[in-house]
Design a protein around this ligand. Structure first.
Ligand SMILES: *[C@@H]1O[C@H](CO)[C@@H](O)[C@H](O)[C@H]1NC(C)=O
Ligand SMILES: *[C@@H]1O[C@H](CO)[C@@H](O)[C@H](O)[C@H]1NC(C)=O
Ligand SMILES: *[C@@H]1O[C@H](CO)[C@@H](O)[C@H](O)[C@H]1NC(C)=O
Ligand SMILES: *[C@@H]1O[C@H](CO)[C@@H](O)[C@H](O)[C@H]1NC(C)=O
Ligand SMILES: *[C@@H]1O[C@H](CO)[C@@H](O)[C@H](O)[C@H]1NC(C)=O
Ligand SMILES: *[C@@H]1O[C@H](CO)[C@@H](O)[C@H](O)[C@H]1NC(C)=O
Ligand SMILES: *[C@@H]1O[C@H](CO)[C@@H](O)[C@H](O)[C@H]1NC(C)=O
Ligand SMILES: *[C@@H]1O[C@H](CO)[C@@H](O)[C@H](O)[C@H]1NC(C)=O
Ligand SMILES: *[C@@H]1O[C@H](CO)[C@@H](O)[C@H](O)[C@H]1NC(C)=O
Ligand SMILES: *[C@@H]1O[C@H](CO)[C@@H](O)[C@H](O)[C@H]1NC(C)=O
Ligand SMILES: *[C@@H]1O[C@H](CO)[C@@H](O)[C@H](O)[C@H]1NC(C)=O
Ligand SMILES: *[C@@H]1O[C@H](CO)[C@@H](O)[C@H](O)[C@H]1NC(C)=O
Length: 820
């Protein structure tokens, strides 16, 4: 009887026992791992405790006991642990003590978005039933183990956003059920394995934002189910395999920012389901295949910044779904085909920086969805067609740097949403119409370098609260400068009227432009005294005015008092294209191609003037100053000791003044000083020794009778007076060069933030508004700031061209500084 009872009891229990034992094993394995975590007291894991096993009295033990009841643990009806989902659980630790062998029944493992680090253990191969593996958004490092290829049931593999390096394992070609592969945003190198072409079930592949090299394997053309292919931001070379034309399911292909060369294959015209094609920033050559005109579902065709040539095929007019067409920055030529006017859904047309010629086709007036039209930097001629006035959704209209002629296109004034209108550097003539003031959304108006004549409409300085840039320079405008600047909410940052025939005095109402950063009134016929009040404008950064300036001028340049200030320059990026790179810096005679972005460093250059008086101690507050040139003036007094507060200072030139006293020893602490020039003054005493001063040669100090000590040959007596008073021989000055050369600008405040700002503006400019670019750059920017300090860490300064005339320019290639 008893025996029978025990037997029944045993059979009753035995059905539970294996599962029970396995669960115990898993429970212990999880607890062991929990103990290895740095934050094992994580409240989310408080349910992970064996106290609950005392609940064994319950009848249905399969799914209601530990660990099935634990946070993130999921069991099937048989009590097998099948899913472990600890996504976003703030886990901090490694997988070193995760006993993979205990989890043989696991089908889903989701550890994404935690703080896990260390390598992905080879033991992961024990998860032989695994269908879903997501380790993304952690700090996993080192290589992806070959053994991962043994997870032959895997359908989803997400390892993105870690710091994995090494190659993508070839064994990946063994995961025959894989449909979804993400290894993007790591540090993977090597090539994309050919074996990927074996994975018939692949639907989506993302390997972007890595350091992958080599060719795109043509075997990818075998993946008949492939719908999304993201390979952007790597260093892939070779040509785009024509086999991709076989991918009849392909909807999205992103290959931008690689080093792909060769032609765009005609075969791509067969991928009839393609919606997004982004090939920008490569080295593609040849012409745009006419076959692309067959991609009637295409919404984005972006091949900007390549080496494409030839004409735009007429057939592209058949791309009826197109929303964005980006051909910027290639070598495309010929006329813009009128068939483009058929693209009725088009919102962005980026044809800038090519060699298009002929006139702007009037058919573009049918593009009534258009928001951005960038045709700048081409060879377009003839008048601006009236039909463009039909584009009532237009916000950015950039035609500058072409050969357009005729009058200001008045129909454009129907485009009430215009924020950005640049017609500069063409051959437009006639008056600037008053009615332009009806464009109340205008933020940037650049009409400079044309032949506009007549007066400046009064309303032009108060019609839009949003106007930040007003550039009418180098025209034939005459009359007075308008006086009715907006009193409140005046956002004007740039006022450039240089090179006209303006008369009268500088209006005192300019003081209402509290945000003014750039004021250029040079080369006019202005009269009256110097507007001393102007130095109370708080943001003033670049100023060009003919005449004398008071030396206390720059104490109001709050703009460069804080190093971080540069960040505010990013105001300019804001999805618009950068005005500065083409325009503001162009005025300095730099023929910039847009790929090269100028950066004017934090600089004060007041050299070659007639400034008198002493250098104020306040100069020491301009902490982000890197270049200070006050040479060739009539400055007197002592060198301020506070100059030693300018910790970023690289170049200091006080030569050819009448300065007296000693060179402050504190200057020896300026570790970035590359060059100094104190020559031709009346300085006295011992030259400071040590630090960077050991690297300067005697020419930096010549022409000061009272100076002594290294590097001069004159030694100092104990009291710091030269041992002998034989005068140093004066250097011959090449005064000829400077004769008649008056100072041109005071420029400052363009720091690292500006560089990045320019970079972003520039990319957006070329490629429209794709958020991806901005994100990438933000990320890069973040990485750079993280790794390399704020101002000094810019790796890629291509060249410092301190030309004599443009002594304050520095040119940098944004791409190299962002490590694209
Ligand atoms: C993993 O377990 C071993 C042995 O129990 C121990 O020595 C090691 O410190 C543990 N690792 C971590 C990260 O806790
Ligand atoms: C046993 O399970 C019940 C119901 O799930 C729960 O309310 C109780 O707290 C558990 N007992 C222990 C000791 O965990
Ligand atoms: C145990 O519970 C699960 C759901 O919680 C249920 O599907 C299953 O039928 C139960 N088993 C027994 C033996 O009651
Ligand atoms: C894991 O849980 C998160 C929400 O907490 C959910 O978004 C995700 O889809 C889950 N993963 C799996 C594999 O079920
Ligand atoms: C994770 O632990 C490491 C090592 O103790 C620590 O440096 C890091 O700040 C922790 N991360 C988080 C997000 O708590
Ligand atoms: C793929 O699987 C086959 C058969 O299991 C095996 O022979 C081969 O070594 C595996 N390849 C890799 C790269 O792991
Ligand atoms: C592809 O990878 C990039 C880089 O990590 C990421 O930003 C993007 O969202 C991914 N896209 C898809 C569809 O997976
Ligand atoms: C590409 O290669 C260049 C040098 O060849 C390197 O500087 C750059 O960082 C690489 N970029 C990527 C995304 O791999
Ligand atoms: C895959 O593509 C390659 C190259 O395009 C080809 O040689 C190979 O035969 C294809 N393999 C399969 C299984 O279709
Ligand atoms: C477009 O496709 C048609 C067939 O659908 C084909 O006859 C034609 O040649 C293709 N056009 C181009 C330019 O490839
Ligand atoms: C477009 O503009 C032209 C010229 O201004 C005008 O004649 C025509 O009627 C406009 N078309 C539409 C559809 O508005
Ligand atoms: C001015 O700019 C603001 C902010 O961008 C915007 O909300 C507002 O609509 C603009 N005003 C006009 C008249 O466009």
């Amino acid at each position: 009887m008893l025996f029978k009872f025990l037997f029944i009891l045993f059979t009753l229990f035995s059905s539970y026992l294996p599962a029970f034992a396995a669960k115990q094993d898993i429970a212990h394995a999880l607890l062991k791992w929990k103990t290895s975590l740095i934050n094992q007291n994580n409240p989310l894991l408080s349910s992970w405790s064996l106290d609950q096993t005392t609940n064994l009295t319950r009848i249905n033990r399969t799914t209601t006991t530990a660990p099935c009841t634990w946070y993130g643990v999921h069991c099937n009806d048989h009590g097998d642990v099948t899913k472990l989902n600890l996504s976003t659980s703030r886990l901090n630790g490694s997988l070193e003590n995760f006993t993979f062998s205990s989890f043989a029944s696991l089908t889903h493992l989701d550890l994404s978005l935690n703080e896990l680090f260390g390598s992905i253990p080879v033991e992961i191969r024990y998860l032989s039933k695994l269908m879903f593996l997501d380790l993304s958004g952690n700090h996993f490092s080192r290589t992806i183990p070959q053994e991962i290829g043994m997870l032959s049931n895997l359908e989803t593999l997400s390892l993105h956003s870690n710091i994995l390096d090494g190659h993508i394992p070839v064994s990946i070609g063994n995961m025959s059920k894989l449909g979804y592969l993400r290894v993007d945003d790591n540090k993977l190198s090597g090539s994309i394995p050919r074996e990927l072409g074996h994975l018939d079930n692949l639907v989506k592949v993302n390997t972007s934002v890595n350091f992958l090299t080599g060719h795109i394997p043509s075997s990818i053309g075998n993946l008949t189910k492939l719908s999304e292919l993201y390979l952007y931001l790597n260093n892939l070379t070779g040509s785009i395999p024509p086999s991709l034309g076989k991918l009849s399911s392909l909807k999205i292909i992103y290959l931008y920012m690689n080093k792909l060369s060769g032609r765009i294959p005609d075969e791509l015209g067969n991928t009839k389901n393609l919606v997004l094609l982004l090939f920008g920033h490569n080295q593609l050559t040849g012409s745009i295949p006419a076959s692309l005109g067959n991609l009637t579902k295409l919404e984005i065709l972006d091949v900007h910044e390549n080496l494409l040539s030839g004409v735009i095929p007429q057939e592209l007019g058949k791309l009826e779904s197109l929303i964005q067409l980006a051909f910027s920055h290639n070598a495309l030529s010929g006329q813009i085909p009128g068939s483009i006017g058929n693209l009725s859904r088009l919102e962005q047309l980026f044809f800038n920086d090519n060699q298009f010629n002929g006139s702007i086709p009037k058919e573009l007036g049918y593009l009534t969805s258009l928001v951005d039209m960038l045709l700048l930097l081409n060879r377009l001629s003839g008048p601006i067609p009236d039909s463009l006035g039909n584009l009532t959704k237009l916000e950015q209209f950039a035609l500058h740097d072409n050969k357009l002629s005729g009058y200001f296109p008045e129909t454009i004034l129907n485009c009430k949403k215009l924020r950005y209108l640049t017609l500069g550097n063409n051959s437009l003539e006639g008056p600037v119409p008053k009615s332009i003031c009806s464009l109340r959304s205008l933020e940037t108006l650049y009409l400079g370098s044309n032949r506009f004549s007549g007066g400046i409409p009064q309303c032009l300085v108060n019609f839009s609260y949003n106007l930040t840039v007003l550039d009418l320079r180098l025209n034939r405008l005459y009359g007075n400068i308008p006086t009715t600047f907006l009193k409140q909410n005046n956002n004007l940052k740039t006022l450039n009227l240089n090179g006209n025939q303006l008369q009268g005095s500088i209006p005192r109402t300019l003081i209402d432009c509290r945000n003014l950063e750039v004021l250029d009134l040079g080369n006019n016929k202005l009269t009256g005294g110097f507007p001393h009040w102007i130095d109370t404008l708080p943001e003033m950064q670049v100023l060009v005015l003919r005449g004398l300036l008071p030396i206390n001028y720059f104490k109001n340049f709050k703009a460069i008092m804080a190093i971080d200030r540069a960040a505010s320059r990013e105001l300019y990026m804001d999805g618009k294209f950068m005005y500065y790179d083409t325009v503001e810096l162009g005025v300095k005679g730099l023929r910039l191609r847009l790929e090269r972005i100028s950066v004017i460093y934090n600089t004060i250059d007041l050299s070659v003037n007639k400034f008198e008086g002493e250098i104020p101690e306040t100069v020491g507050q301009l902490r982000s100053l890197r270049f200070l040139n006050l040479s060739r003036n009539c400055l007197t007094g002592r060198i301020p000791t506070d100059l030693s507060n300018l910790v970023q200072l690289e170049h200091l030139d006080l030569s050819s003044n009448k300065m007296v006293g000693k060179i402050p020893v504190q200057l020896a602490s300026l570790t970035f000083l590359v060059a100094v020039n104190f020559s031709q003054n009346q300085l006295q005493g011992a030259i400071p020794q040590g630090g960077q001063f050991n690297t300067f040669d005697s020419s930096s100090f010549q022409g000061n009778n009272g100076l002594c000590g290294f590097p001069l040959t004159k030694t100092c007596r104990n009291d710091g007076v030269p041992a002998s008073l034989t005068p140093e021989v004066d250097q011959d000055e090449d005064d000829g060069f400077f004769n008649g050369f008056s100072w041109e600008s005071v420029a400052m405040g363009y720091g690292f933030g500006m560089l990045i700002g320019l970079g972003i503006g520039w990319l957006v400019f070329y490629s429209g508004k794709p958020i991806w670019v901005i994100r990438i750059i933000e990320r890069e920017q973040f990485r750079h700031e993280g790794t390399s300090g704020k101002i000094h860490g810019i790796g890629g300064f291509a060249a410092t061209r301190a030309r004599k005339r443009n002594r304050i320019t520095q040119v940098s290639d944004v791409r190299s500084s962002l490590s694209f």
